[in-house]
Design a binder for this molecule. Structure first.
Ligand code: ACO
Length: 431
């Protein structure tokens, strides 16, 4: 069969260019425009990357129309039901699911890297007492390269692997320490007898003067949320990590840049914004007023936790998390969380509203995750931090995939220049 190509014609000059189409294993193929500028003298213009594949990847596939998400081919529903966070993390980093011995070894490695270099602990005290934990995360994760410079040579396979393990292992410790700093409590050291999420809960909620027992429901709920948040192909923060990594910046710096990008309310900050919004709405009777505001183009208010760049169908993660929300609230609360009732009603009204139907706006993963976090006693300013812990696996796997490519090049987008044409400098006295 002949090669699949697309021919572009410049209707001004009649010049034609035949471009190869790169085949995907699933989903849309991509026209390879690598020689487009050289041959035609144009750039392509696609702000927000609506039609542009910035890389090729074998990690995550999502079909927004079908509401489908898979990690390395495994449907998210199966992983959520049958696997656990560290097993999925292993699979993302190593391509295949581990056998028992591989999983035990990986779990041991992650567990035994959970402590922070003791001098790093001092860094936390430099932050203002009411600093947002995400601000602390950006700073502390970025600083890891100053403490672990024995794993920053990106051309060394062992360094890359150790850095990956350190990042995944230390994120919960850094997250919990950020939280403890923000509430003025002493940092708690990790306990290697606990699971990944159990340890996080222990470091966040135990105090030196009391015994703390990890609640298995909380541990399980967090593990599930972490699987669902692990990776999501080339989203804003992952693309940021790849772009930073393309210049051969060290992995700790790259992940810090991902955390910064994740913080925005249009991305990972949405779960915090959802809870703020639900509190602001306050009562079911106010829902119609807020729906009207969300539809009003002169009002900047948007229904937080609704809509997604890629999902134009129900976000499969939101469906799983909605079920977990029922389970957690039934077991940990009295089952009657007014904000959950409000969220369900809001969803029902929005899903039947022509504005949301026409634009295919459905609840996304963050619509319900904040309610679970709240039921677990996790404060709103830690929601995005939770997201960052889980997404670190995806960032690291994407970074490793990119660095391991043959002919990996620095990411350097071009632009459509619309500024002034050449003009001469005018002395200040003449302006
Ligand atoms: N509430 C009301 N209207 C909305 C919403 C919303 N949440 N989301 C999109 N729209 C409308 C837009 O106004 C636009 O309407 P128009 O066609 O009449 O102009 C249309 O739907 C398309 O919206 P865009 O902004 O073009 O969609 P885009 O793909 O650029 O944005 C985004 C996606 C950022 C997620 C958006 O839906 C949004 O802001 N949602 C709320 C924030 C949120 O929940 N973010 C979490 C994303 S998931 C994640 O990061 C884990």
């Amino acid at each position: 069969m002949s090669e699949h190509t697309v021919t572009i014609t410049d209707n001004k000059t009649g010049k034609q260019l035949e471009l190869p189409v790169r085949q995907s294993t699933q989903g849309p193929c991509a026209v390879d425009i690598g020689r487009f500028y050289r041959e035609m003298g144009f750039f392509t213009y696609d702000p927000g990357f609506l039609s542009t594949a910035s890389c090729q990847s074998a990690l995550t596939y999502l079909d927004g129309e079908q509401g489908m998400l898979m990690y390395r081919g495994y449907p998210i529903e199966q992983l959520a039901e049958r696997s656990n966070f560290l097993e999925v993390a292993y699979m993302m980093l190593n391509s295949e699911l581990p056998d028992r011995q591989q999983l035990d070894e990986f779990t041991d490695i992650i567990t035994c890297h959970s402590m922070l270099n003791e001098t790093l602990n001092r860094l936390f005290n430099g932050f203002h007492h009411d600093a947002h934990p995400m601000a602390i995360m950006v700073g502390v994760v970025g600083s890891l390269s100053a403490f672990y410079h024995d794993s920053t040579d990106i051309n060394n396979l062992d360094h890359r692997e150790i850095a990956a393990h350190r990042l995944i292992a230390k994120m919960p410790t850094i997250a919990a320490a950020s939280y403890k700093h923000s509430i003025g409590e002493p940092q708690v050291y990790p306990d290697n007898s606990l699971s990944y999420t159990g340890n996080l809960l222990h470091m966040m909620f135990s105090v030196p003067c009391e015994n703390y027992e990890v609640d298995p429901i909380a541990e399980k709920a967090l593990d599930l949320i972490f699987i669902l948040h692990m990776d999501h192909e080339q989203n804003a923060s992952t693309s940021t990590v790849r772009l930073a990594g393309s210049s051969h910046a060290n992995p700790f710096a790259c992940i810090a840049s991902g955390i910064a990008a994740l913080w925005g309310p249009a991305h990972g900050g949405a779960n915090e914004a959802v809870l703020n919004m639900l509190n602001e709405i306050g009562d079911v009777s106010n829902v119609p007023r807020f729906i009207a505001r969300a539809k009003d183009k002169s009002d900047s208010f948007r229904l937080m936790g609704f809509g997604h760049r890629v999902y134009k169908n129900y976000d499969p993660r939101a469906r799983i998390i909605r079920e977990m929300c029922h389970e957690v609230l039934a077991k940990l609360g009295d089952g009657n969380d007014p904000l959950f009732e409000l969220a369900l009603r809001l969803e029902e009204i929005a899903l039947n509203d022509e504005y949301f139907i026409a634009r295919k706006l459905y609840p996304n993963v963050d619509f319900y995750s904040g309610l679970i976090y709240r039921a677990l006693g996790i404060p709103a300013n830690m929601f995005t931090v939770m997201f960052a812990i889980a997404r670190t696996v995806g960032w690291v796997a994407q970074w490793q995939e990119m660095i391991g490519e043959d002919n990996q090049r620095i990411g350097r987008p071009r632009q459509l220049y619309v500024g002034p044409i050449r003009r001469d400098y005018v002395e200040i006295s003449q302006r």
